[in-house]
Design a protein around this ligand. Structure first.
Ligand SMILES: C[S@@+](CC[C@H](N)C(=O)[O-])C[C@H]1O[C@@H](n2cnc3c(N)ncnc32)[C@H](O)[C@@H]1O
Length: 252
């Protein structure tokens, strides 16, 4: 999607849409529980979770993996400006993780904000989860929106003012039987100081993965130890009411 090529606009959208990334960071920290030495952030963008986590878990070696050269460039800028020494970056498509990270292993992997869902080719998805099953040693955390309670099709429009920008968003999609969602986002960012406008049209195809499907893809070495419906860990996942679907898998 084009929005991922523009770190400034991506961060405006991200922060405006989900203002609680600190809650997500505290959630991750409490699940990972200082029990790991290395972590792979799949679709880690410019470090929205990894950079704050790296400051709280200083002994952990983090790797941000993302397909957007622009977001990785921004991550590198933050890493150098903030003198962070325990974060590496890697540009690459999720579909190529088994090749790009072939000889690497990590104690934990996270994929936050409905991101691993971009792998919508079944063969590639099987290869990716096989790699995860074999190359992650302890914990896998996958966070998706709860597609079970999404309508079959939707057209929604919003206008918000955030950090001196007017952000107009139109989202439309159709959800198919197996939770494959195809649609698009149209963004219009208007800088209220300069009146400059930036319009982005992003078609999108995402494949929601049901918890049982993740269990199956990871195989018998893994056990799903928790399924949360929110980052505060108070809600056990509930198809009807939960906003998120956050699965935690641990190696048996
Ligand atoms: C929804 S954003 C989430 C970013 C971050 N995890 C967060 O919580 O804000 C999806 C991220 O995945 C990356 N991405 C999407 N499809 C990808 C693919 N097929 N391969 C690699 N990166 C991809 C985008 O560049 C973007 O950074």
């Amino acid at each position: 999607m084009e929005i991922y090529k523009n770190p400034e606009l991506f961060n405006l959208w991200r922060e405006n849409h989900e203002k609680k990334s600190n809650e997500e960071v505290q959630f991750l920290k409490s699940i990972l529980n200082n029990n790991i030495d290395s972590l792979l952030d799949i679709g880690g963008a410019d470090g929205v979770h990894t950079i704050p986590l790296s400051k709280e878990m200083k002994k952990v070696e983090f790797t941000i993996y993302d397909g957007s050269e622009e977001l990785i460039r921004n991550a590198k800028k933050k890493i150098s400006e903030q003198n962070i020494s325990n974060v590496k970056t890697q540009v690459g498509y999720f579909e190529n993780i088994p090749q790009v990270l072939a000889d690497k292993s990590f104690d934990a992997a996270i994929s936050m904000w409905t991101t691993i869902t971009y792998v919508n080719d079944l063969k590639k998805r099987k290869e990716l989860y096989k790699w995860l099953s074999e190359n992650i040693e302890k914990t896998i955390i996958i966070d998706q929106s709860n597609f079970y309670n999404y309508p079959e099709s939707d057209l929604s429009k919003s206008v918000e003012i955030f950090k001196n920008y007017e952000i107009r968003t139109t989202r439309q999609y159709t959800m198919y039987e197996n939770y494959l969602r195809t649609g698009s986002y149209t963004f219009n960012f208007k800088n209220l100081n300069t009146d400059e406008e930036h319009k982005i049209y992003d078609p999108e195809i995402v494949q929601f993965i049901e918890p049982k499907e993740i269990d199956k893809l990871l195989g018998s070495k893994w056990k799903r130890t928790n399924t949360f419906g929110s980052y505060d860990q108070k809600d056990i996942f509930d198809k009807k009411n939960s906003k998120r679907l956050i699965t935690i898998h641990e190696q048996k």
